[in-house]
Design a protein. Structure first.
Length: 109
């Protein structure tokens, strides 16, 4: 049963990612500056409370619980904002760039 739930949770995560990707019009993904999550519930557990609940759970149950906390909006405001980053490498005089918008480091906040 545990493996089934873990596989189900992985599939749900994949489907949510695909649904989110499909909801962003082509060419606008680079313009996203905030994670598309629902508002944080007023009584959502803070990090230390959630850590205490998760501490004794098996890995698959921890991952599933964290997944539903995030999808439900239990993400601090400072982690919702995405930071534009561009990396450039010059190889044989040909510059190559890649960009993205990762969340800020967990050390903030």
């Amino acid at each position: 049963m545990t493996r089934l739930r873990s596989r189900l949770a992985a599939r749900v995560r994949g489907l949510l990612l695909l649904a989110w990707m499909g909801s962003v019009p082509p060419g606008q993904a680079a313009d996203i500056r905030e994670l598309p999550l629902p508002p944080r519930p007023p009584l959502a557990a803070i990090g230390t409370e959630l850590a205490a609940v998760l501490r004794d759970l098996p890995l698959d149950q921890r991952e599933e619980r964290l997944f539903w906390e995030i999808v439900g909006g239990n993400v601090p405001d400072y982690l919702r904002m995405l930071t534009p980053v561009t990396l450039t490498k010059t190889d044989a005089a040909t510059p190559e760039s890649v960009g993205g918008h990762p969340c800020p480091p967990w050390s903030q906040g």
